[in-house]
Design a binder for this molecule. Structure first.
Ligand code: TYD
Ligand code: MG
Length: 459
């Protein structure tokens, strides 16, 4: 390749799109203001690294001859994390742990070390904190092991060499945005750097069969490359979500080559780090107000787990010409649709009303089965009817006001009964084939449309 200098190369921090000129809106992913300038010399870029690896290192093998027995997994000691990973960390895999700064990524890494440090040699490489800072945090979390090695380094080649010479059983990189590949001119944290450093880690970890967990910060202003550009490279992408103000943290897999992406893990941040929440419904429903209108409990499936969550609705007279709508934890457009259905099919008028919706606990509900609870919370607030405390509702609301069936109805009802609910509004079409366990003591109210559901509230 010619040794020409390309100036003014613009790279999108969201999707990695490259362009010779600047755009306000990325032509590839449509995000605004994400194109950042990078200077790159073509002769010095990653091609030198890849060229050396042209030799064929493996030959095709018939699929019947491949065995899966050698897939080895390490359990992290945190059941919630293991479930999201699909049953522990797979040997030789590269896992990206993304999330907003301060959400608890470094904390969870150290906590994994407390369990795995007993059996594995772990190399924890930090480019963000000093050894002393890490030690202080480890002391607070009660992590201490002779098998846990801390290194503060940002040069990715030095890191790759260290991994090779130390040959640990597990590597942790905190964070990828601080890592630097000297061959590239761009600054650490830029898309090119982040991508190239991850590629180097990927090759190192695959060739030595060492699992590696990489932390990536998500930054909304686009100044630092979001881990989105890395999603294709790594084996699994986990996102740590939650309100920083709230103590709950939800770990979600958005990609997993070794398991399902439906599972979530729930944690709570306390004085001694993150603790697992085995019964999220109980936590989410604690402190529920009694005898007030504008709240209804929904049941959503997160992977194989039913989770109960409280939806609150507040409907007030609009002081301005335009009615305001606001939604936290629930899709805004879907909420507007439900308001329209309630107006058209039930005669509840929201057009001159402000409507606010909030899902408690920082949970995000994106399953249509939660429609009915939201609609009931809104009607409850509008008409000031109290939805009884021991009532739960689930079902998808269609545009004609019909309540459509949802999957795993029996599991949802059982969970509601287990948590002490006595009445459950379910879609009529779910009634057929609903087999409940014997000890499930709950009254089932099957409804065909939204009108029937509202009248089941009484009042
Ligand atoms: P941290 O793991 O440093 O976040 P990240 O690596 O994702 O940037 O978590 C930092 C936050 O967690 C910080 O605001 C303090 C809080 N925290 C606790 O509340 N309790 C604890 O025991 C620890 C270690 C942190
Ligand atoms: Mg950190």
């Amino acid at each position: 390749m010619a040794n020409t200098k390309i100036k003014n190369l613009y790279v999108c921090s969201e999707c990695g799109y490259e362009s010779g000129k600047w755009y306000g809106k990325c032509p590839s992913c449509g995000e605004w203001n994400t194109l950042n300038e990078e200077i790159r010399e073509t002769s010095k870029n990653s091609s030198s690294f890849t060229a050396a690896r042209r030799k064929p290192v493996s030959s095709p093998v018939p699929i019947s001859k491949i065995t899966t027995e050698d897939e080895q997994r390490y359990y992290t000691g945190l059941k919630e994390l293991d479930r999201v990973l699909g049953g522990g960390i797979v040997k030789g895999s590269l896992v990206l742990l993304g999330g907003d700064p301060g959400i608890g990524k470094s904390t969870i890494l150290l906590q994994i070390c407390s369990h795995l440090g007993k059996i594995l040699k772990i190399l924890y490489i930090s480019g963000e904190e000093s050894k002393r800072q890490i030690k202080l945090r480890a002391e607070r979390l009660g992590v201490n092991s002779d098998n846990l090695f801390i290194m503060t380094e940002t040069d990715i080649e030095v890191i790759a060499d260290q991994i090779q010479s130390e040959s640990p059983d597990l590597v942790m990189i905190d964070s990828i945005q601080t890592m630097n590949y000297k061959e590239l001119n761009s600054s650490p944290g830029s898309v090119t750097q982040v991508r190239e450093c991850t590629n180097i880690l990927m090759r190192t970890s695959k060739s030595l069969d060492i699992p590696c967990i990489v932390v990536g910060h998500v930054n909304k202003d686009g100044a630092i490359a979001g881990p989105k550009v890395l999603e294709h490279i790594v084996d699994a992408v986990l996102y740590f979500e939650g309100d920083k103000q709230m103590s709950y943290r939800i770990l979600r897999a958005v990609k997993n080559r070794y398991g399902s992406t439906n599972e979530i893990g729930v944690f709570q941040m306390g004085d001694n780090g993150l603790s697992e929440v085995e019964n999220p419904s109980l936590m989410l429903l604690s402190g529920r107000p009694k005898n007030v209108s504008g709240t209804c409990v929904a049941c959503t499936m997160e992977g194989s787990r039913p989770i109960l969550a409280e939806i609150q609705g507040l409907v007030t007279n609009s002081g301005y010409g335009n009615a305001r709508r606001m939604s936290t934890g629930f899709d805004y457009n879907r909420m507007s649709m439900l308001l329209a259905v309630l107006e058209k099919r039930c005669g509840y008028f929201f057009s001159s009303m402000d409507a606010y919706v909030n899902v408690i606990g920082g949970l995000r509900l994106d399953e249509p089965a939660t429609d009915l609870a939201l609609a009931l919370a809104l009607v409850s607030s509008l008409k000031d009817i109290v939805v009884s405390e021991d009532l739960i509702a689930f079902g998808e609301v269609g545009l004609t006001g019909e309540i459509r069936s949802v999957n795993r109805a029996a599991m949802r009802v059982t969970e509601a009964s287990r948590l002490g609910f006595r009445r459950c509004i379910i879609p009529y079409h779910n009634l057929k084939g609903l087999v409940l366990p014997k000890d499930c003591d709950i009254e089932i109210i099957a409804v065909k449309n939204i009108r029937e559901a509202v009248s089941a509230l009484g009042g």
